[in-house]
Design a binder for this molecule. Structure first.
Ligand code: XMP
Length: 326
């Protein structure tokens, strides 16, 4: 029978045969697909694999640590972490246009990853130990969408990364090419990855950068990270993780409103909760989250995050709204 164990074993054998004794590199994004693909390749070829995690500072609370600590603990993979937070922040300074943000984040990601890949190649020493393979977390629906061809040397656009330069040519290893998302999650569990990583909801490659309406700054990221963590925690506590497709929390950083707290007047920022139900993100409806849960989220955010004095709910379906605000 076609069990998860079969799938995992078969893919491990295939990856082993494909890579042989060559070296291989994998970019971890913090997302499910790259983590599962990386874990599978690690199981297949051990320390021939080097994972690279570019920390762009736009992940949610605890997600960078999940990659740096939990992924490594679960897989034993060799990991190179590049702290590029300052670099991304300076590149994003003064930028408010959503597509401009995406372009900048994608561009900087390529540059940083490229540099890290060069370092990994250089650390390899002997020419015959060169890094030849790049792991991609391509899923079956991606294969179908892109016409089914096997690519070489470019990181898929859903990672927001375009082509790598010509002198960094890799062959692609795509161990998830035949799997759907739910199967990938089960493979991840089978490989012992942490549940929070395997069951993570969809999260855009540009991360919190497109959930701050206005300029992205370190302070704003910190504020949004706190509010987002509270919303996630309360939705999980209410058992709604599997009902809700995803729940962006959006910081309206350039909007202020008057509030009152204790004896004092406040003049803070609003956040928008955007819980949606969906099958595939092409269309979506706003989730009817119970009022009590919304009340708890609102109370906690306004009490615990000083800069936020108003919590609002987005009740727009897609279309006409998109899931993200940018
Ligand atoms: P929208 O906002 O278009 O989002 O309704 C549909 C789905 O795609 C995700 N999304 C992105 N994912 N890079 C990504 O990797 C992006 O630039 C991006 N923009 C939106 C969004 O979170 C939702 O799941």
């Amino acid at each position: 029978t076609w069990t998860m164990v079969n799938i995992v074993d078969e893919q491990i054998e295939r990856v082993r045969a494909e890579i042989g004794d060559k070296r291989v590199i994998c970019a971890l994004s913090g997302g499910v697909d790259s983590a599962v693909a990386g874990a599978l390749v690690q199981r297949a070829v051990g320390d021939q694999l080097t994972c690279v995690f570019v920390d762009h500072g736009l992940l949610r609370k605890g997600e960078a640590e999940q990659v740096e600590k939990d992924f490594v603990a679960a897989t034993g993979a060799a990991l190179k972490v590049v702290d590029a937070q300052e670099r991304f922040l300076s590149a994003l300074a003064g930028v408010t246009d959503p597509e401009e943000k995406r372009k900048i984040i994608g561009r900087e990601f390529i540059r940083v990853f490229e540099q890290a890949a060069r370092e990994v190649v250089a650390e390899g020493g002997e020419a015959d130990e060169d890094v030849e393979f790049l792991v991609q977390g391509t899923l079956y629906p991606d294969v179908v969408e892109s016409g089914g061809g096997t690519g070489t040397a470019n990181i898929k656009s859903h990672h927001n990364v375009g082509g790598l330069p010509d002198d960094l040519q890799f062959k692609l290893v795509e161990p998830l090419r035949e799997l759907f998302k739910d199967e990938v999650r089960r493979v991840g569990e089978e490989l012992g990855l942490p549940a929070e990583m395997v069951w993570r909801q969809p999260f855009p490659g540009p991360g919190l950068g497109i959930r701050i309406i206005g300029e992205v700054t370190r302070d704003r990221l910190d504020v949004l990270r706190e509010a987002d963590a509270i919303a996630r925690e309360e939705l999980s506590r209410a058992g709604l993780d599997r009902d809700i497709w995803q729940c962006p929390v959006v910081l309206l950083a350039d909007v202020r409103s008057v509030g009152v707290q204790g004896d004092g007047r406040t003049y803070g920022h609003p956040v928008v909760l955007r819980p949606v139900s969906s099958e595939d993100a092409m269309t979506a409806d706003w989730s009817r989250v119970p009022y009590d849960v919304l009340a708890t989220i609102s109370n906690r955010i306004t009490n615990e995050v000083r800069e936020i004095n108003r919590v609002t709910l987005d009740v727009t379906s897609k279309p006409p709204g998109t899931i993200e605000w940018e």
